[in-house]
Ligand binder design. Structure first.
Ligand SMILES: [Ca+2]
Ligand SMILES: [Ca+2]
Length: 160
């Protein structure tokens, strides 16, 4: 390899690894997330979305790349974050859960806690919560959209 191509290779590696996240966002893998708990801010699901959008982001979505989701979940467990809103709801049509980017939520996903979502038409927004019981893992629940929780914004998510 010539010196010039070697330099080019180094530059390329630096560009791939050098994800620069905006202020207030933490890098996890190649994505940038805003964890509102770091700033002591809890809100309703709608208000959380509005705030994320003011930061050129939206509530985090899962499942486009499973590795991204795995990294995010490991990060949340490591940082010991409390329950938080993520970007899925069945507000438009009961029992039809969609991510805010328009993709349907995989209802067979292991991310849903046992029997969730199970709370009906007044619980239409998705919460990510650590379950400390027998199944010690992060799982999705349906929550009441108007309740206040922490939330996680993902930079570059575009809503439909
Ligand atoms: Ca439930
Ligand atoms: Ca519902």
């Amino acid at each position: 390899m010539g010196f010039k191509s070697f330099l080019l290779l180094l530059t390329t590696i630096a560009a791939v690894q050098g994800v620069t996240c905006p202020n207030y966002f933490d890098q996890v893998g190649e994505n940038c997330y805003y964890f509102s708990q770091d700033y002591g801010d809890s809100r309703s699901w709608d208000s959380a979305r509005t705030y994320c959008q003011s930061l050129e982001s939206d509530l985090a979505v899962f499942g486009i790349d499973c590795a991204d989701t795995d990294r995010l979940i490991k990060h949340i467990i490591r940082e010991d974050y409390a329950t938080m809103w993520v970007g899925a709801s069945d507000e438009a049509q009961e029992n039809f859960w969609v991510w805010i980017d328009g993709r349907p939520v995989d209802m067979k996903s292991k991310l849903w806690y046992y029997n969730e979502p199970d709370s009906g038409s007044s619980y239409d927004c998705a919460l990510l919560r650590f379950n400390s019981g027998v199944h010690r893992r992060l799982t999705l629940y349906d929550g009441s959209c108007s309740s206040s929780y922490y939330y996680v914004c993902e930079y570059g998510v575009h809503s439909k």
